[in-house]
Design a protein around this ligand. Structure first.
Ligand SMILES: Nc1ncnc2c1ncn2[C@@H]1O[C@H](COP(=O)(O)OP(=O)(O)OP(=O)(O)O)[C@@H](O)[C@H]1O
Ligand SMILES: [Mg+2]
Length: 316
């Protein structure tokens, strides 16, 4: 029997974000504009999930693909700083690390992404040796990783066979085609974590109720994230609606969904009941919105619980 040294192995996309702020006007062909502020940070929703789950106290390893370049170094360094195991990240010298360039204009933003290495992660990169060291497998951003598409059902099947618990956050499909074989994938996914629009798009349903009906035969725990409306849990034929820890003073909602996932999965791997996991997910999603970016509010478990107490009267 292999020793389980990680609470969770996260498989997902990795990239850096180049944020340009205070830009004098919108881009125009053939002209140069100035941005007074810039920031280069770790991007990707899988990385936010892994970082925050690690900050909450779990031992987390990451399996993803990046280049052997400076942006790749930044990705590894940032995850290491959060305590995430990065030896499981594959660095390919023939590929570029992915980047998203974000032009920020007040509430609006324009983004261009070069996926780079994240396009090339495949099932064979997620080895049994890695899986055997983990208690739980989380996969995120299905549609951003075309190399994984045909292997995802098999990856989850293998994880279950090896005795891991599993979760999946599909995230948005930029192509809006929603080609996702849920009948074959979901039976081996213990926790499925789409947001409301993703659920409707994946199931081609008009309402959440109809979407849940379509997934019922295949899904185990289903959690539907609903922004400032909280979340819905479908479990064992029952629906549980959990109100949000409402934040009326949102700094930004970048990564709120990933932070919800981190809180839910933390409780899940600790063996908590599904409704407890849901409540804690709502809490960590709300905490996320109290600071800038996806990881700003997640220094460590104690700080998160302090924010929870001060801003949302949690635990009082
Ligand atoms: N204003 C808010 N106040 C309190 N909680 C919030 C707020 N916004 C989001 N949340 C919490 O965060 C969770 C996840 O947010 P959301 O539904 O936006 O996920 P998402 O669309 O997957 O996000 P992401 O863009 O990070 O992928 C919600 O279910 C809710 O619990
Ligand atoms: Mg999301």
């Amino acid at each position: 029997m292999n020793e389980k040294i990680w609470d969770a192995l996260t498989v997902g996309e990795l990239n850096v974000d180049l944020l340009l702020n205070e830009i004098d006007s919108f881009p125009e062909m053939g002209k140069e504009k100035l941005a007074d502020k810039m920031d280069l940070t770790l991007g990707s929703s899988s990385a936010i999930f892994a970082s925050n789950l690690s900050s909450l106290g779990a031992k987390v390893a990451f399996c993803g693909k990046i280049g052997k370049d400076g942006f790749g170094d930044l990705v590894v360094e940032s995850l290491n700083n959060k305590g995430v195991e990065t030896d499981t990240i594959i660095r390919d010298e023939n590929l570029n690390t992915g980047i998203t360039v974000i032009l920020n204009y007040d509430e609006d933003r324009a983004m261009v992404t070069h996926p780079g290495a994240m396009n090339y992660l495949t099932l064979s990169d997620v080895t049994e040796e890695m899986m055997n060291k983990a208690k739980h497998l989380h996969f995120s951003s299905f549609f951003l990783q075309p190399g994984m598409k045909d292997g995802v059902a098999e990856m989850f099947e293998k994880a279950k066979r090896l005795g891991l618990s599993t979760s999946l956050d599909p995230q948005w499909d930029p192509a809006e085609e929603w080609d996702f074989d849920f009948k074959n994938i979901l039976p081996n996914v213990d926790v499925f974590l789409p947001n409301e629009v993703e659920l409707l798009s994946l199931t081609k349903a008009q309402s959440i109720k109809e979407g849940i009906e379509k997934l019922k035969p295949f899904v185990n725990l289903l959690v539907v994230k609903r922004g400032n409306k909280g979340s819905l849990l479908y479990s064992n034929g029952e629906l549980n609606e959990a109100p949000p820890f409402l934040n009326t003073n949102v700094v930004d909602a970048i990564g709120a969904g990933d932070s919800f996932d981190a809180g839910f999965i933390l409780k899940f791997i600790q063996g908590a009941a599904a409704v407890e996991c849901q409540k804690f997910g709502n809490l960590t999603g709300a905490v996320n919105t109290t600071a800038a970016g996806g990881t700003g509010a997640f220094d460590d478990f104690k700080t998160v619980m302090q924010i929870a107490k001060e801003k949302f009267s949690y635990g009082e």
